[in-house]
Write a protein that binds this ligand. Structure first.
Ligand SMILES: Cc1cc2nc3c(=O)[nH]c(=O)nc-3n(C[C@H](O)[C@H](O)[C@H](O)COP(=O)(O)OP(=O)(O)OC[C@H]3O[C@@H](n4cnc5c(N)ncnc54)[C@H](O)[C@@H]3O)c2cc1C
Length: 434
């Protein structure tokens, strides 16, 4: 084992961020990645001329430095868009966010929503104990129960009363009553989504944004870590190989990291297992038509529509599809803790296509050229009421051992690729500061 060997687990955004920071200081780390490809959660796959990312990925970072790094990776061959998102509810398509785009929905329903929104604005603020309380206090009952609570149930897989509020940030637009009224009277409203401008590589899918970091470390693919001996500072791999480290940075999901480690106290192991996240069945479809949608992505609120959100990779880059074709990516959510996935992922393909037809995105005549279902076991962190307590226990234990954690599932937070990359850089910085 060489002196001061820094090992990074995982070659996703966070692992590559850590490698990049160390490389800046002239330190070459080793990355061990279980898959035979890099990019982790933001990997891209090409089949039959269709490119799909591992769930919809666009870059909307507001961090100039990260944007420049990502764009440099692809030689500045980047597609740039002004984001258009909409909502589907009971046969109606309205612009996103719904609270300022109620125009076109049934009149009595809109009046009820607006009356309740007025009421909560003038009421004394109630005590907020969970996401449901926050929604009621922000939007009133009818809007909350029709839109964000329904969406939350489909996306986060649990009832809003079981969720915390520490993840909300800019994700739910807080409108003033003028905006609500304008949006109820006219369908021409300003764009107020928190994603305004987004970028996507012209060629090769989202993962190309990471190309510039692949030579920043010694990247060992197909190296699945199966055991970590923390006292001896040794890693074992599925192949039977072993390797040592002096400093370890992990971007692995915390429950997986803890499961690999020897001698973990029971309460830490139990806490790691209480950390909840969603699992996403991603249904990808390629069709012989490209004019499928005006919006780049759509949110679905109805319980009887199988998917929660859909997006259109062919609108992110024309090179994501064969000429003249279109593509649709659908997300269907489950979670081990609240809504286990029990069926085979492939069983969701036909129901998803049927719902595309029901929502008038596809028609019966469209020819399906490609379809597949993939599973992202770790999709989004679920901000349930156990999260903060369990996270403190797990992070506290890793801190004691000096193991640095980073990324979406190392920090167990709401990181996008830019946040994950920076989180990796920060983990590396902690080692540099030793
Ligand atoms: C549906 C969906 C849509 C998203 N859309 C966007 C978007 O539009 N824009 C955006 O910026 N972000 C988006 N994100 C978030 C983005 O995917 C993540 O922030 C980012 O990819 C996380 O990177 P990471 O390095 O933290 O984790 P990961 O990418 O999960 O990296 C962890 C790595 O560790 C490896 N690993 C795991 N176990 C082992 C082991 N035992 N041994 C060795 N290696 C192992 C994994 O294979 C993986 O490569 C989206 C996420 C989801 C779920």
């Amino acid at each position: 084992m060489s002196e001061n060997k820094i090992v990074i687990l995982g070659a996703g955004a966070a692992g590559l961020g850590a490698a990049h920071r160390l490389d800046d200081e002239g330190i070459r780390a080793t990355i061990y990645e279980k898959h035979g490809f890099t990019g982790g959660h933001a990997a891209s796959f090409e089949q039959n001329g269709f490119i799909f990312d591992d769930g919809p990925h666009i870059s909307f970072t507001e961090d100039e430095r990260i944007r420049k790094l990502f764009h440099e990776s692809v030689g500045f061959e980047v597609e740039s868009f002004s984001a258009q998102a909409n909502n589907y509810w009971q046969g109606h398509y309205i612009k996103h966010p719904a609270q300022v785009n109620l125009h076109g929905l049934p009149e009595d329903f809109v009046v009820k929503i607006i009356k309740e929104m007025f009421e909560v604005k003038v009421q004394e603020k109630p005590e907020i104990n969970n996401y449901r309380d926050w929604l009621y206090a922000s939007f009133g009952k009818t809007f909350s129960e029709t839109f964000p609570m329904m969406y939350g149930k489909k996306f986060h897989t649990l009832h809003a009363s079981l969720m915390d509020t520490d993840w909300i940030g800019p994700r739910l637009y807080q409108a003033d009553m003028d905006e609500v009224l304008h949006g109820a009277l006219s369908k021409h409203t300003p764009d107020v989504h928190y994603i305004k401008q987004f970028y996507y590589p012209t060629h090769g899918g989202f993962v190309r944004f990471f190309d510039g970091f692949l030579d920043k470390a010694d990247v060992q693919l197909s190296h699945e870590v199966t055991r970590i001996e923390t006292k001896e500072k040794m890693l074992q791999f599925a192949s039977g190989q072993v390797a040592g480290y002096d400093n370890l940075i992990s971007s692995l999901p915390l429950p997986e990291l803890i499961a690999l480690m020897d001698d973990v106290p029971d309460h830490v192991r139990e806490a790691s297992l209480q950390l909840a996240c969603s699992t996403c069945v991603i249904v990808n479809v390629g069709v012989d038509r490209e004019n499928l949608s005006e919006a780049h992505w759509t949110y679905f609120y109805d319980e009887d529509i199988i998917f929660t959100r859909i997006s259109y990779p062919h609108m992110q880059s024309p090179n994501n599809v064969p000429s003249g074709c279109g593509s649709v990516q659908m997300e269907i959510y489950f979670s081990k803790k609240y809504k286990p996935l029990t069926n085979k992922p492939e069983s969701y393909i036909q129901p998803a296509i049927d719902d595309l037809i029901k929502c008038k995105i596809l028609n019966e005549e469209d020819k399906i050229l490609f379809s597949e279902a993939r599973v992202a076991p770790y999709a989004n962190v679920i901000f349930d009421l156990d999260r903060i307590r369990c996270l403190e226990i797990v992070h506290g234990y890793l801190d004691e051992l000096g193991i640095r954690y980073c990324g979406r599932f190392g920090e167990w937070g709401y990181h996008w690729t830019d946040g994950s990359f920076i989180s990796g850089e920060n983990a590396a910085q902690k080692i540099l500061d030793l």
